[in-house]
Design a protein around this ligand. Structure first.
Ligand code: ADP
Ligand code: MG
Length: 340
């Protein structure tokens, strides 16, 4: 059973960035106003995420690292059919604990003391008292120490760190009201203020030059969205809103692409969104220059499929042409409003 557990874990926890993604989501779910991520050697040697959220009471620590749905992993054929069918939800800590040394330390704000639990390669230790600030700290070390094949698959630490950085940046920009910080080998990469302002989060993450090159995107369907999207309205527009920031082509000096896209506030990748945003620039960018874009797209929840694969963030739209058109129009008119 331990082997099956590790196979399943290897499928969904692919690399440090996937661990970081799950831990940040937990912190945000816990209502944190600060999330501090720190990694060693690109996350290959250590990942730590600390938050000031609701915490986990000592008597619930064991349940937090336990498998939520045993029946789903008992059968090797489940694995063959693809991990998508297993559902990663409710299993992140359990799955990470199966392929690393995991410590969860927590103190709910109303608790007098904190407690911690450690999992080593799936072996769950005792809950012990631990001194800690309010909130939760999750530490992962020796990722894949017991799955050498998976460990060998990791790339250079700079590549792994790039992916971690992309993930943390994605969540930082999606949650400007949360102070998100990232540290690599003891050095701060960025820290947002958590003041609720997207532009200020962009400034913290990408720097002043980029922040100053950004123009506002604000698009709604003709006639506005409020009248149209009463629940169940058959005329529900396929896209309710597109907002965010995109860089002014003349001020864009980036030699690589930075596009962060969100659907219904969920950080995703979708080639439709990326291509539509790039199309909006037409030929306006200098050769070998790429835009910065942070785009939030709101669609009716039933029109988007986010379950393509748990370890990927790729989504598909039922109304893809309409989504493409809306995003392209949104970015184009943002650039036009600035005389471009
Ligand atoms: P899921 O998030 O899908 O429930 P996880 O394995 O990621 O599954 O987490 C298991 C449980 O542990 C969560 O449901 C939550 O109760 C608790 N938990 C995990 N991380 C945190 C955190 N940072 N703050 C508070 N509770 C947490
Ligand atoms: Mg989770």
């Amino acid at each position: 059973e331990r082997t099956v557990q590790r196979i399943a874990a290897g499928e969904v926890v692919e690399r440090p960035a996937s661990v970081v993604k799950e831990l940040i989501e937990n912190s945000l779910d816990a209502g944190a106003s600060r999330v501090a991520v720190s990694v060693e050697a690109g996350g290959t040697e250590g990942v730590r995420v600390r938050d000031d959220g609701v915490g986990i009471p000592a008597d619930q620590l064991e349940a937090a690292v336990a498998e939520h749905a045993t029946s789903k992993i008992g059968d090797i054929e489940d694995l063959d059919r693809g991990v998508g069918t297993l559902g990663f939800r409710g299993e992140a800590l359990y799955t990470v604990g199966a392929v690393s040394r995991l410590t969860v330390r927590s103190r709910p704000p109303d608790a007098e003391a904190g407690a911690e639990i450690t999992v080593e390669g799936g072996d769950v230790g005792e809950v012990r008292p631990a001194g800690c600030p309010e909130g939760t700290t999750v530490e992962v070390t020796d990722l894949f120490y017991n799955t050498p094949a998976r460990k060998k698959f990791l790339k250079r630490t700079t590549t792994e760190f790039d992916r971690v950085n992309t993930v943390v940046t994605g969540y930082a920009l999606a949650n400007p009201d949360v102070a998100v910080s990232l540290e690599h080998d003891g050095r701060e990469t960025f820290a947002t203020e958590g003041n609720g302002d997207l532009r200020s989060a962009v400034l913290a993450v990408y720097g002043r030059e980029v922040a100053e090159a950004m123009v506002d995107v604000a698009w709604e369907p003709d006639g506005g969205v409020d009248s149209a999207h009463a629940a169940g309205d058959p005329d529900d527009p396929p896209v309710r809103r597109v907002t965010g920031l995109v860089s002014h082509p003349e001020a864009t000096r980036s030699t690589r692409e930075y596009l962060a896209t969100y659907v219904n506030d969920r950080y995703v990748t979708a080639s439709a969104l990326r291509e539509a945003a790039l199309d909006a620039y037409g030929g306006q960018l200098a050769p070998d220059r790429y835009p910065f874009a942070v785009l939030f797209v709101e669609v009716p929840p039933g029109d988007v499929d986010v379950n393509v694969h748990p370890r990927k963030l790729e989504v598909r739209f039922d109304e893809e042409p309409a989504v493409r058109a809306a995003v392209e129009e949104a970015v184009e008119s943002a650039l036009l409003d600035h005389g471009l």
